[in-house]
Design a binder for this molecule. Structure first.
Ligand SMILES: Nc1ncnc2c1ncn2[C@@H]1O[C@H](COP(=O)(O)OP(=O)(O)OP(=O)(O)O)[C@@H](O)[C@H]1O
Ligand SMILES: [Mg+2]
Ligand SMILES: [Zn+2]
Length: 388
């Protein structure tokens, strides 16, 4: 813990990232909104509390969708917009690769039938949702496996003289493959302990003590480290250790860029926070360096994030827009909304009282919109000073 005590004392805690946000004197400087490259329009949206709604999403910019709880934000963005784009992109793209199978996204024809038309979709060639759902459901997945970094690491071990002499391929260094992993825990590093009157609990594996590999695999070292040692490195340390392996270095750099330098490569997916999982997805996305036009959809991405983490996330999202993509976020954080290029404010209330677009435009325009409950909160963030 960096600080505990009265809030005033925190003003002097030099290294606390929170300090800056609690005592920030000025709102962030207003910026000029980007100019859209096109518009994606949904016509006749009727779902949940949305009734025959027309909504226009500018392309090539950062859009924030706001409104009170129950006003219809998630319905519009993660159901109807996502659905319309998936429909257009076809079955191949229907399951974005950052999603897990069995997600609860409703892709039934009932949703599609409630949208009379869309225009402007032809320039978007990919849809990605960046959410806070776990990156995997078993302890065998982790940030190294998810980002593809682990493939590069396994190749490094397979290329050592000793591995070649023994005929160990990259597969030998996977804990999903029986040959190289610990047989007792099957590569999980721990085993379930059944206690008579208590729920099951886990204890480190008695054979590998958490290393996950069998002793033969652990005889192979690269610069004095076993593959288990490498999985125990933080992203920061691994970036130094693997600096001369281009595929690994690229992956590690993007993980650092999203503020995850402190995470250990082998930390199980099941032990990551929602915000960490989300930033790993974003890093995996950033390292792809694709051409083309991707539409990124995020529903309340800053929920639960520390303001310092929100800043990191935002920098990356704005980077995606600068690279020619479109970002649409459902967002309650007015700091994030004030920094958007375009705002769509739903409401005025929740449920049957909502479902309409109360205001849409630049943050400055929405901050001045009569009848928008968001306006006065947005105005406090200096959006009214924007120079558009
Ligand atoms: N599956 C559903 N079936 C019927 N009605 C739904 C369904 N999901 C949401 N609704 C209703 O539709 C309205 C809009 O819900 P939605 O989830 O889009 O709101 P939201 O603006 O995202 O709210 P929040 O900020 O709380 O996430 C609400 O009145 C909600 O009760
Ligand atoms: Mg919602
Ligand atoms: Zn074991």
């Amino acid at each position: 813990m960096l600080h505990s005590g009265p809030v005033a004392a925190l003003a002097h805690a030099e290294h606390s990232a929170t300090r800056r946000f609690l005592f920030a004197a000025e709102p962030p400087p207003a910026r000029t909104p980007r100019t859209p490259t096109g518009t994606l329009t949904l016509h006749g949206v009727t779902l949940h509390n949305l009734r025959d709604l027309d909504a226009a999403f500018p392309l090539g910019v950062f859009t924030a969708v706001t409104g009170v709880s129950g006003s219809g934000k998630s319905t519009l963005v993660t159901r109807v917009l996502a659905e319309a784009v998936q429909d257009r992109l076809g079955a191949a793209a229907a399951r974005p690769d950052t999603d897990e199978p069995g997600d609860d996204h409703d892709t039934g024809p009932a949703v599609r039938a409630r949208l009379t038309a869309t225009t402007g979709l032809d320039t978007v060639d990919r849809l990605v949702r960046v959410d806070q759902k776990p990156i995997g459901r078993t302890p065998r997945s982790n940030l190294a496996t998810y980002t593809g970094l682990f493939d590069a690491v396994r190749k490094v071990f397979a290329a050592t003289e000793e591995a070649r002499a023994r005929g160990y391929t990259a597969g030998r260094f996977s804990f999903n493959v029986p040959a190289g992993r610990c047989g007792t825990c099957q590569g999980e590093g721990f085993t379930a302990v059944e206690l008579l009157f208590l729920p099951g609990t886990y204890a480190p594996c008695a054979d590998c003590h958490g290393a996950r590999y069998n002793p033969e695999t652990l005889q192979i070292t690269h610069r004095g480290r076993t593959i288990a040692d490498v999985l125990g490195l933080t992203v920061d340390d691994a970036a130094e250790f693997l600096a001369d392996v281009p595929a690994a270095a690229r992956s590690l750099r993007t993980l650092k860029d999203v503020g995850l330098g402190y995470l250990r490569l082998g930390q199980p997916a099941t032990e990551l926070s929602g915000g960490e999982a989300q930033r790993i997805k974003l890093a995996a996305e950033l390292q792809r360096a694709r051409r083309g036009h991707t539409l990124y959809l995020l529903d309340e991405p800053t929920t639960g994030l520390h303001p310092a983490d929100t800043e990191v996330l935002l920098r990356q999202l704005h980077g995606l827009v600068d690279a020619g993509n479109t970002v649409v976020v459902v967002e309650h954080d007015m700091g994030v909304v004030a920094g958007a290029d375009h705002v769509i404010d739903l409401g005025p209330g929740g449920g049957a009282e909502g479902g309409r677009i109360v205001a849409a435009g630049t943050p400055a325009e929405v901050a001045a919109a009569p009848g928008s409950r968001t306006a006065r909160y947005l105005a406090r963030y200096g959006a009214h000073r924007d120079r558009s």
